[in-house]
Write a new protein. Structure first.
Length: 387
C-alpha cells in the first residue's frame, strides 16, 4: 500500500517581498522529521516568553490557540492556507532559534531581535520582512515619555512580534482584528499595518503630553523658576528621542508603500498604510515644532537668566559703592579725631623736660592747634566728598 504525502499550500496572496513555498506538512516518507518530532519526549516545562500564539484560517477566524511553540508549528503545518500570529515578550535565544528553524529566519535578524536597541527600520530577507518599531507612551504621574522597542517578523503565513517593553498594547490590536476577520483574511501584512497604526495612534497622547509640558515650561521661564533650565534639558532629550522614533518610521512607511505597489497589495491595505503615513506626518510636524519651541524657550531662558544676573551684579555693585562711601566717612572722621588725640597723647606723657610744658600759653596753643588741624582735615575731606 503506497503512502501519499500532502504538501502544504501557502495562502494565495502577495506579500511585500518575493514569496517561495517552504515547509511540507503531513508526515510521510518524504518528511521523516515529523515522525521524529512526534516520537521525541517532551522537555521539562520552563518559563516561556510566549504571550499569545494563535492560528487563523483563510477567512481570518481564530481556529486554535497554544502556549507551546511546537504545538503552534504542528497546527500550522496541518492547516494549508492558515496563518499563525505568535506574540513574544523578551524571548531568549532558545525560543528565537526555534522560530528561526521553523520559519527560515536569517541569523542576523535573530541576533537583532535578541540584542534589541535597534533603530526603526525595515529589511527584507528572502520572503520575510523584518520591521523594527519604537513605541512610546506618556506617563502622567511622572510627566515623562517611556519608549519601548517592537520587532515584527512578517512571512507568507506567519507574523511574529517580539516586544521589548510595556507598549504597545498588542492584545488590543489582536482583539480588534479578530473582531474584523475580513482584515485578517487579507494576510500577515494586514497585521503589520494594524500594529503600525496602533504604534502611531499611541504617539498622539505623547504629543498632547509634550505640548502641555512645553506650555508649563513657558510659564515657569517667565515665572523665574530656578529649576526650569534642568526641565528644559530633560524635555529636549525626550523630544529628540521621540523624533528618533518618528522620523525613521516615515521611511519605513515609504518603503512599504513602494513595496505595496510593486507586489500588488490590495488597495484596501494601501489605504490603511496611507492613513498611518498621514498620522505619522502630523506627529512628525508636531515634534519638529516642539524642538523649535524648546530652542526658543532655551534662548529666552538664557536671556532672562543673564538679565537677572546683571541685575544682581548691579545691586551688588550699588551695595559695594554705598559701603565704600560709608568707609570713606568713617576714615575721614577717624583722621580728624586722630590729630587732637596725637597731640593730647604726646603732651600727656609725664616727663619733666619737654618743650612748652612750662609755657603759660602752652595749653591754649595746644587746643588751638588741635582745633585748627581738625578743621583743616574736615575742609579737605569735605572738598573730596568723603564727609
Amino acid at each position: 500500500m503506497a503512502v501519499t504525502t500532502t504538501s502544504r499550500t501557502l495562502r494565495n496572496r502577495p506579500l511585500l517581498g518575493a514569496l517561495r513555498t517552504r515547509r511540507t506538512g503531513s508526515p510521510g516518507p518524504e518528511n521523516p522529521a515529523s515522525h521524529a518530532d512526534a516520537a521525541r519526549p517532551e522537555a521539562p516545562a520552563r518559563r516561556t516568553s510566549v504571550v499569545e500564539s494563535a492560528l487563523y484560517d483563510e477567512d481570518g477566524r481564530r481556529v486554535a490557540s497554544h502556549t507551546r511553540l511546537a504545538d503552534t508549528f504542528r497546527e500550522l503545518r496541518s492547516r494549508p492556507g492558515g496563518m499563525a500570529w505568535i506574540g513574544l515578550e523578551r524571548p531568549d535565544e532558545t525560543e528565537l532559534a526555534t522560530l528561526a528553524r521553523e520559519f527560515d529566519l536569517h541569523p542576523l535578524v535573530v541576533e537583532d531581535a535578541i540584542v534589541a536597541h535597534q533603530r526603526p527600520k525595515i529589511e527584507r530577507y528572502g520572503d520575510t520582512l523584518f520591521v523594527v518599531l519604537h513605541a512610546a507612551r506618556y506617563v502622567d504621574a511622572t510627566e515623562e515619555v517611556e519608549f519601548s522597542e517592537l520587532h515584527v517578523f512578517v512571512g507568507p503565513d506567519f507574523v511574529v512580534t517580539v516586544r521589548h517593553g510595556a507598549c504597545p498594547d498588542l492584545a488590543a490590536v489582536r482583539t480588534h482584528l479578530e473582531a474584523h476577520p475580513a482584515l485578517l483574511a487579507r494576510g500577515p501584512e494586514s497585521v503589520l499595518y494594524a500594529i503600525m497604526d496602533c504604534v502611531v495612534d499611541d504617539y498622539l497622547p505623547v504629543v498632547t503630553g509634550l505640548d502641555a509640558d512645553v506650555d508649563e515650561i513657558e510659564s515657569e521661564v517667565f515665572g523665574g523658576d530656578a529649576r526650569v533650565s534642568r526641565r528644559i534639558y530633560e524635555l529636549s532629550r525626550e523630544v529628540v528621542e521621540f523624533q528618533r522614533a518618528v522620523r525613521p518610521l516615515q521611511r519605513v512607511c515609504g518603503s512599504l508603500a513602494k513595496g505595496a505597489e510593486k507586489y500588488g497589495v490590495t488597495e484596501d491595505l494601501q489605504t490603511y498604510l496611507r492613513d498611518v503615513a498621514d498620522h505619522l506626518t502630523e506627529v512628525a510636524d508636531r515634534v519638529e515644532s516642539f524642538r523649535a519651541a524648546l530652542r526658543d524657550i532655551l534662548t529666552v531662558n538664557a536671556t532672562l537668566v543673564a538679565q537677572r544676573q546683571n541685575e544682581e551684579m548691579k545691586h551688588l555693585t550699588e551695595v559695594s559703592i554705598r559701603q565704600g562711601e560709608e568707609v570713606k566717612k568713617i576714615s575721614g572722621w577717624a583722621a580728624i579725631l586722630f590729630a587732637p588725640t596725637l597731640v593730647g597723647t604726646i603732651y600727656g606723657m609725664n616727663f619733666d623736660v619737654m618743650p612748652e610744658t612750662h609755657w603759660s600759653w602752652g595749653y591754649p596753643a595746644a587746643l588751638v592747634g588741635m582745633l585748627a588741624v581738625s578743621v583743616a582735615l574736615f575742609a579737605v575731606f569735605r572738598a573730596k566728598r568723603w564727609i
